[in-house]
Design a protein around this ligand. Structure first.
Ligand SMILES: [Zn+2]
Ligand SMILES: [Zn+2]
Length: 168
């Protein structure tokens, strides 16, 4: 790592913009220093940043390869908005989130099923063709619009249908 007099230059991995030839030279120098340290077996005193408390490959935040691997790992994970589950590969992601656009995440599928059953229950109870057997003798006129309890439950079901979306 180098710096000009009176200027604190960020480490090569922390600079903005496209890398320059000098940047690449500096990164290569850091990589060679890290490789040298690895081969030497010296585990204290970082050959890349000079810190006495670690070796470059043990998480030095100036070792270009350590940083590149951290970036690669950080950009290949998916975090569930609903429950916080973190998937680290495509298989884990598919098993939690389901196939894109066609399934609900498993963490909310129980809730979705309850909503679905609720709307189905109301459709059956509210069916004009129902002979009142489903609700033990309550007839259609007793479920008419204007009865507060039934109106409320129809509103709740309407909200549930919006949440369920067109796929279910
Ligand atoms: Zn270091
Ligand atoms: Zn989830």
């Amino acid at each position: 790592m180098t710096g000009e007099t009176n200027t604190i230059l960020p480490g090569v991995c922390y600079r903005d913009g496209k890398p320059t030839a000098a940047d690449y030279n500096e990164a290569i120098t850091d990589l060679l220093a890290a490789k040298h340290q690895l081969l030497s077996g010296q585990m204290m005193g970082c050959d890349v940043c000079g810190d006495s408390g670690h070796a470059s490959q043990d998480g030095c935040h100036h070792d270009p390869l350590v940083l590149a691997r951290q970036y690669a790992a950080a950009t290949s994970i998916w975090c569930c908005w609903h429950c916080g589950f973190t998937a680290h590969n495509e298989d884990e992601a598919n098993s939690h989130f389901g196939l894109a656009g066609t399934e609900h995440p498993v963490c909310i599928s129980g809730l979705i099923n309850v909503l679905h059953r609720f709307t189905q229950w109301l459709e059956r109870a509210d069916d004009p063709a129902d002979d009142a057997s489903y609700l033990n003798g309550e007839h259609a006129e007793q479920r008419a619009t204007g009865r507060n309890g039934w109106d409320d439950i129809r509103e709740i079901a309407a909200d549930a249908r919006v949440l369920l979306g067109p796929k279910l």
